[in-house]
Design a protein around this ligand. Structure first.
Ligand code: 5GP
Ligand code: MG
Length: 477
């Protein structure tokens, strides 16, 4: 998963681009990048690391522009290499700059088609390059000497038909405007915002609304499945549903990915998590477990734990201290590194834990590494019993849409049943959210639950899943 944003106005937007990226940092810490456009040229800056590492020493006045894009990367497709950082730009056949969030699933097909039809070679292993070339060649077929939204939307539709997978993209079309579009299923989030500055109206697009809050933008609405929005150089907004299929928004955004203060599809993420926590109480009561305290695994599980504690009428405690200065345990390619990092990252607070029956809530169990080590650590600090609670249902299938759980043999619930997982992590009990309870929360809309039930909205063959796994393994080396 990644975070993207784009701004378009009359005055300088470079500060909004760079400051906005810090509010999307949780969506990707591997690389960051931005591009602005000032009617003359693209000003591009990207590199590996956090937003402040890439942009900290930057003189923003060198990056002035009335239009700009930003990206934070969390690598799922492609190597961890500065050349893979976004945005990407092209100057031929016209100036175009692009960012995307998501994952293309027919990567290899598209790659050979671009080679055989257009003799194009890819310079990176990033799926953005494929979207960029596909859109560019579709735009080239249209007459773009002047602004023509219908022609642009036709090119978007052709691109949507060629690209399979999940994506939201933001594109600068030099001297024409800003173009935004989503895949036909609307799997990944994107919100539109606006503000009135000294230079008049500014439009913004971002993966999450929390990014608009501190920049002073009003959140207008979410992009719809298959929709394209084009802001022309007169600041006129055009929109069209280009290619639409059954809406399938990713519920893992609510569970883990999005920041708690973001509003997605009209739902506040924190509120969704509290409700998921409340629902877990039912399963708890059925199991006749009676924890003395509920604790959370920081930083993603607080709202689940508070909902569960409220419903069970059991005290919530912050029982784990977190070191925020350790790298990311989840993403590290090496299992023993991951285990060490969990130990370095989380430390139980003895007086809170000792002699207690503890329910420890996490957002999800992917490989089981975090849970297994936590159970051990909690016992070492004197816990009497440890119940592991997962706010998400068992993750049984790889995510092919951009969340880094794409290799079946690494996903514990793809290989073991709940009972065996409980034994593996050495918990006294293990409780998962029930998929039906989760679906109940979203019964008024259609969503993607593929990582839980294997129903991939875009359809996918086993060979394609295997190709994604192979790519992922390759890039982790
Ligand atoms: P496990 O240790 O079971 O492999 O991973 C579970 C932990 O990883 C949970 O604490 C959860 O917060 C975190 N997690 C779940 N999904 C993701 C993800 O896509 N990216 C990252 N960085 N962490 C994740
Ligand atoms: Mg976590």
């Amino acid at each position: 998963m990644c975070g993207i944003l784009g701004f378009f106005g009359r005055g300088d937007v470079s500060h909004d681009v760079i400051n906005g990226l810090t509010a999307l940092q949780h969506r990707g810490q591997d690389a960051a990048g931005a591009v602005t456009f000032d009617s003359n040229r693209f000003k591009l800056k990207k590199g590996l690391g956090l937003v402040r590492e890439v942009f900290g020493q930057l003189d923003v006045t060198d990056y002035e522009g009335f239009c700009g894009l930003g990206h934070v990367r969390y690598a799922t497709q492609g190597a961890l290499d500065a050349a893979e950082a976004q945005p990407f730009t092209l100057n031929y056949p016209f100036g175009i700059a692009m960012v995307h969030n998501g994952n293309v699933t027919n990567f290899n097909d598209l790659k050979s088609r671009l080679f055989s039809d257009q003799h194009r070679l890819l310079e990176t292993s990033s799926d953005l390059e494929l979207i960029l070339y596909t859109l560019t060649s579709e735009l080239e077929k249209e007459n773009l000497s002047r602004t023509n939204p219908e022609a642009i939307f036709r090119a978007v539709q052709a691109t949507q038909l060629a690209i399979e997978g999940a994506y939201c993209t933001i594109t600068i079309l030099a001297n024409l405007g800003l173009l935004v579009f989503a895949d036909p299923w609307g799997i990944r989030p994107l919100v539109m915002g606006r503000k009135f500055s000294d230079h008049g109206l500014v439009y913004g697009f971002a993966s999450e609304s929390s990014c608009f809050d501190f920049l002073g933008y009003e959140t207008v609405r979410d992009l719809k499945a298959g929709e394209a929005v084009f802001i022309d150089s007169d600041m006129q907004l055009h929109s069209s549903i280009c290619e639409r299929r059954k809406e399938s928004f990713c519920v893992f955004e609510y569970i883990y990915f999005a920041r708690e203060d973001s509003i997605m599809n009209g739902r506040l993420v924190a509120g969704e998590r509290v409700q998921m926590g409340r629902q877990l109480a039912k399963t708890f009561q059925e199991s006749a477990l009676e924890p003395d305290i509920i604790i959370d695994v920081p930083a993603s599980a607080y709202f689940f734990a508070s909902g569960l504690a409220e419903k069970l009428n059991v005290p919530y405690r912050r029982g784990l201290a977190k070191n925020n200065h350790v790298g990311r345990s989840f993403i590290s390619p090496n299992q023993s590194d991951r285990e060490n990092m969990v130990r370095q990252k989380l430390n139980p607070i003895r007086d809170i834990i000792k002699d207690k029956k503890i329910a420890v809530v996490d957002d999800s169990i992917v490989r089981g590494t975090t849970s297994k080590h936590l159970v051990r650590l909690l016992r070492e600090k004197g816990a009497r019993e440890v119940y592991v609670v997962s706010a998400s249902p068992p993750i049984k299938f790889p995510c092919i849409y951009g969340i880094d759980m794409s290799i079946r043999r690494e996903i514990i619930a793809a290989n073991y049943n709940v009972h065996d997982i409980g034994r593996y992590i050495e918990a006294d009990a293990i409780i998962y959210q029930k998929l039906d309870d989760l679906k109940e929360m979203y019964s008024d809309c259609s969503s993607c639950y593929a990582c839980f039930d294997g129903c991939y909205p875009t359809g996918i063959t086993l060979e394609a899943i295997e190709a994604i796994e192979a790519d992922r393994l390759q890039s982790k080396r």
